[in-house]
Design a binder for this molecule. Structure first.
Ligand SMILES: [Zn+2]
Length: 415
């Protein structure tokens, strides 16, 4: 019985990674095969040369990703068989239970961080550099890392302390942790735009007055109250483009990456229209609710596994923090198989936001044109494999979004 649980535990962790890597590799083969064609709707904007470049970019990213996933699997097995029990023993005599927990998760996070760091460096300074996206200087990179670590400590220490206090006090703790997570999610939504984002980016008022007045008119038309329109210096790190709407009440803000200002006004308006669509269709509270249900479910299952590991002493560990680490590793691999459900819901919302934008602007054309530019300039994969899209895509593929918008255009013109 016990041995079969250990077997199941290892099987789930290994199968998750194998399945993940298999999907990556077959998607890469599918998208880069000589039979792969540029989708018809993208042909006017994507040249053969762009297409070949996008294929090479995909290959480079998948190769790095696969090496990283295998490394991380080996590391996980080292944790399970060696490091977790070893750390528990070493920390036994080191101060109070909370101090031990903080040291345990601190060391765990530090090892993970150090193992991931070379992959991060390679991704930014080799791959993104090679395709002309990277603008991050090594100095800025180091600064980002330091701020990231400090933030991690400031946010992590109180959360882990409260969590471990709860775990130490109760054997059934999933619903208390769910409440804690919900509070944290809400707190994070408030402080993210106000405190965290400004640590990394500069936000300034949009200086293109004509665009600003067009944006104001669009906001009025949609009825969404947005006190601030900002330009963000994304170009300090990347050439990729984006825009988003965030914050609650008076802190609500529309943020345009400065990289997107090379788009014509109608294209920018169509992208903003899409973001407004998410807002008007209440996608943000809906996603929050989905997140809360999902997190509560994960915590419930984790709690069940936790009690089993604690009672059976199956891994030879008995401290709540170590048992929690085992349970969480197992359940986080398990929920990977639920990812398609969440992505399905997300893709539905993206279609709704596209539709809203086209209706708000009275035409789908600028959004179609923006999507084509995004594929071309961000070197997105124009041909993802269907199963890969079902599993990993939280946005529909650009081809599908464009087709759906074109259908809308036809309906509008006919009727
Ligand atoms: Zn969207």
């Amino acid at each position: 019985m016990l041995n079969s649980f250990v077997l199941l535990f290892i099987a789930v962790i290994v199968l998750k990674v194998l399945w993940d890597i298999t999907l990556d590799l077959i998607n890469m083969r599918y998208s880069t095969s000589p039979n792969a064609k540029i989708p018809d709707v993208l042909k006017d904007k994507i040249s053969e040369e762009d297409f070949e470049k996008a294929k090479r970019y995909l290959k480079d990213r998948v190769t790095l990703g696969v090496i990283m996933k295998i490394t991380s699997l080996i590391l996980t097995l080292v944790y399970v068989f060696f490091l977790f029990p070893f750390l528990e023993k070493v920390l036994e005599s080191k101060g109070s239970f909370i101090v031990q927990s903080l040291l345990f998760f601190g060391i765990y996070a530090l090892i993970d961080y150090l193992v991931e760091l070379p992959f991060k460096v390679y991704s930014i300074f080799v791959i993104e550099q090679k395709y002309g996206f990277n603008t991050t200087t090594p100095k800025l990179f180091v600064r980002d890392q330091i701020i990231g670590i400090i933030l991690g400590v400031i946010i992590g220490v109180p959360i882990i302390s409260i969590m471990m206090w709860l775990l130490n006090k109760f054997t059934v703790w999933w619903w208390q942790l769910s409440i804690l997570s919900t509070a944290f999610l809400l707190f994070f939504m408030i402080i993210q735009p106000l405190v965290i984002a400004p640590l990394f980016y500069k936000f300034s008022e949009l200086d293109d007055e004509e665009l600003k007045s067009k944006l104001r008119a669009l906001l009025d038309k949609s009825g969404v109250k947005v006190p601030h329109i900002y330009k963000m210096d994304a170009s300090k790190r990347t050439k990729k483009q984006n825009a988003y709407l965030t914050g609650i009440g008076k802190s609500r803000r529309l943020v345009l990456f400065d990289t997107i200002l090379s788009y014509n006004h109608d294209e920018v308006l169509s992208i903003v229209g899409h973001e407004l669509g998410h807002h008007v269709k209440k996608h943000i509270p809906k996603l929050l609710l989905i997140d809360i249900v999902f997190i509560s479910f994960v915590l419930y299952i984790t709690n069940v596994v936790y009690r089993f590991i604690l009672e059976t002493r199956i891994f030879g560990v008995s401290q709540p923090y170590t048992v929690f680490a085992y349970s969480f590793l197992f359940v986080s691999s398990l929920v990977f198989f639920l990812e398609p459900i969440l992505n399905y819901l997300s893709r539905k919302m993206e279609y709704e936001a596209d539709e809203y934008s086209a209706k708000l602007l009275g035409t789908p054309e600028p959004l179609i044109s923006s999507l084509k530019r995004l594929v071309k300039e961000n070197l997105s994969n124009p041909n993802p494999m269907p199963l890969y899209k079902v599993w990993h895509y939280n946005h529909p593929a650009p081809e599908e979004r464009i087709k759906r918008l074109m259908e809308m255009g036809v309906i509008d013109r006919d009727g």
